[in-house]
Design a protein. Structure first.
Ligand code: ATP
Ligand code: MG
Length: 304
């Protein structure tokens, strides 16, 4: 990509990402973000947005190649959302240009008996990305402050000694998560968290589509409807979670998710914004290493 085109794209990316970046949790209110927001873009801009997205994806691939070559930083992208908000599709589209060797997706579903025999961060810790890689968590340890909070019987299953389960348990979990993410940042693992914010109305439309279109039937789960009944509890839990865990070193992006094309642009933009801030470059070789390359070249050229 031409460097002035790149500069322009990066500038535009920052413009799409920054309105949704939350770094100071205490000021955050969920109602300040409209799930239907598309910034200033209307549906007539969709094609241009798609074009920008594909350029963004190209740029991401370039950054990722440098991240890998440099082998210093790792990037952890966490996705949380209500059902049908578009986590899977966003991950699929935004990461479509990335070299699969440099990227790993981990999905966290209901915990297994082995998981429940450990602390709540344990299963996620094992899936952290290596240096040079991008790790994606499709759901994460944040579920332990969301679904587990909305359904207290799940907390019972976690086998925590009862004297440690008090009224401050969620505050304690948030604090532990903040410290943990701070620890990751201190180790060069950059954490960025995405809440794809869909409206209740749009979720209903997507569920109906899953029920009506045979090729989407497989996506439907009766459990999703049961969870929908707890919508307000979930929204409260999400808001409280973001208020307590959005920090400068590990911000949340609360991304409007009623329009899939916009969600994808905003998420790609946020990842670009993050990678730009790392000032990635290919490793510079020492004088000796360059001499060795030259010798190798001469040896190859002098072969019969
Ligand atoms: P998704 O719904 O993310 O697209 P899926 O439909 O393939 O994925 P599900 O079988 O629905 O997978 O698994 C996700 C479910 O696992 C969610 O309902 C989520 O709340 C639940 N889950 C994730 N982490 C936990 C946890 N720590 N404790 C209890 N339930 C959890
Ligand atoms: Mg599901």
């Amino acid at each position: 990509m031409q460097s002035n085109g790149k500069h322009d794209l990066i500038k535009r990316a920052c413009g799409f990402a920054s309105p949704f970046r939350i770094e100071r949790g205490e000021e955050f209110r969920l109602r300040d973000i409209d799930p239907g927001d598309t910034l200033h873009l209307g549906s007539e801009d969709k094609d241009r947005a798609r074009e920008a997205l594909s350029m963004g994806i190209e740029l991401l691939a370039e950054f990722q190649d440098k991240l890998y070559a440099q082998d210093r930083w790792a990037l952890l992208l966490i996705f949380q959302a209500m059902d049908a908000a578009g986590k899977d599709g966003t991950i699929k589209h935004v990461m479509s240009g990335i070299n699969p060797q440099g990227c790993q997706v981990s999905s966290f579903k209901a915990p297994s008996p082995v998981d429940l025999d450990h602390d709540f961060l344990w299963r996620c810790m094992q899936q952290l990305p290596e240096r040079g890689r991008i790790g994606i968590f499709n759901r994460s340890y944040y579920e332990d402050t969301l679904v587990v909070r909305v359904h207290p019987e799940l907390l019972q299953q976690q086998k925590i000694p009862p004297e440690l389960v008090g009224k401050d348990i969620w505050k304690e979990r948030f604090r532990d998560i903040r410290h943990y993410e701070n620890y990751l940042a201190n180790n060069g693992i950059i954490v960025r968290k995405f809440f794809l914010h869909v409206s209740k109305k749009e979720q209903k439309r997507r569920f109906l589509e899953r029920l009506e279109k045979p090729e989407k039937n497989w996506k439907f789960s009766a459990n999703d409807i049961r969870e929908r009944a707890f919508w307000d509890d979930y929204m409260e839990a999400y808001e409280d979670m973001i208020r307590h865990t959005a920090t400068k070193e590990a911000p949340w992006y609360v991304v409007p998710a009623d329009n899939k094309w916009f969600t994808r642009v905003a998420v790609a933009a946020a990842i670009i914004e993050t990678l730009v801030s790392l000032d990635l470059h290919y490793p510079k070789l020492s004088k000796e290493a360059l001499e060795q390359l030259d010798q190798a070249k001469q040896a190859l050229l002098s072969e019969g």
